[in-house]
Ligand binder design. Structure first.
Ligand code: NAP
Length: 252
């Protein structure tokens, strides 16, 4: 019997991990997506879309589908889903692995202000009106409505709901990876004075940080939510090795 594996997705690492396990007949995987992106890139493995309805819903799902193990490869900021997975996997008594890529670290020449959340990020922009490049996705824009004296260039995968946007803004829809030349040009053309980003880590969206460094543009960096106590790796390859160990323990 193949091992039933639930993959909580929505990140580059989830896609990489799926490529590593595609065609492995020892595994019956199912990818779960929250359904936030209108046109997600879907892999060749079975998938489901939408929330489980909290910890109880996820627990019921794990039991109903007889899931044997979970790889939580959600985005570093998807802390609600990650926390729910920790509790539900514990209740059902199945192995759970978190894949969480390393956070970005400042290097010489960076001018970063670290803040704990979006409200603090909006506040860190200050009283003087500025032209702000907002690369935080579309979920957390509300805090910037409280700082309407700035102009915001918002970049997100799908256009944010107009009611969630700050008053003065332009929207660019785009999906990474982004190139350094393009990021430099974007920041210059829009006369950006400060960038706000989450510390997502990874290479796909890191070019804006290098461009900011070159151009002397400061960055307001929203720090990650606290990591839960769960076995964690940083790459898809490590997750694949973990899964192989799980498979060996099932076979022996
Ligand atoms: P979140 O705040 O941790 O989760 C909120 C709720 O969304 C969860 O309680 C769960 O609903 C549902 N959910 C989240 N991920 C799910 C998944 N993979 N499968 C099924 N349901 C899921 O998550 P989020 O920050 O909104 O992120 C949502 C999705 O977008 C995740 O898959 C994440 O990997 C991806 N993403 C997030 C970010 C980001 O910056 N947060 C960036 C890029 C991609 P129920 O309680 O109903 O089960």
């Amino acid at each position: 019997m193949p091992v039933k594996l639930l993959i909580l997705g929505g990140s580059t690492e989830a896609s990489q991990f799926i490529q590593l396990i595609e065609g492995d007949e020892r595994i019956a995987p199912v990818l779960s997506l929250a359904g936030r992106t209108k046109s997600p890139k879907l892999p060749l493995i079975p998938h489901r879309v939408g929330g489980f309805t909290g910890i109880d819903g996820l627990t019921a799902y794990l039991r109903a589908k007889k899931i044997d193990a979970i790889v939580d490869a959600t985005h570093p900021f998807a802390d609600q889903m990650t926390g729910n997975a920790v509790v539900a996997a514990g209740r059902v008594g199945i192995p759970l692995l978190r894949v969480n890529r390393p956070a970005w670290m400042p290097v010489a020449g960076d001018d970063w202000t670290m803040v704990p959340d979006m409200a603090a990020a909006a506040e860190a922009l200050g009283e003087t009106p500025k032209r702000v490049f907002l690369t935080i996705g579309q979920k957390d824009l509300k805090a910037f409505r409280e700082a309407p004296h700035h102009f915001y260039l918002i970049r997100s995968v799908d256009p944010p709901d107009p009611s969630a946007r700050p008053e003065h803004c332009d929207v660019i829809t785009a999906t990474g990876p982004f190139r350094l030349d393009d990021e430099r040009a974007l920041i210059s053309e829009h006369a950006i004075e400060v960038i706000v980003t989450k510390n997502s880590g990874g290479s796909a969206t890191a070019a804006k940080l290098a461009a900011a460094r070159e151009l002397g543009v400061p960055v307001v960096m929203v720090e990650r939510p606290p990591a839960p106590e769960v076995e964690t790796v940083t790459t898809a390859d490590e997750a694949h090795r973990w899964l192989n160990r799980v498979l060996e323990s099932v076979e022996t």
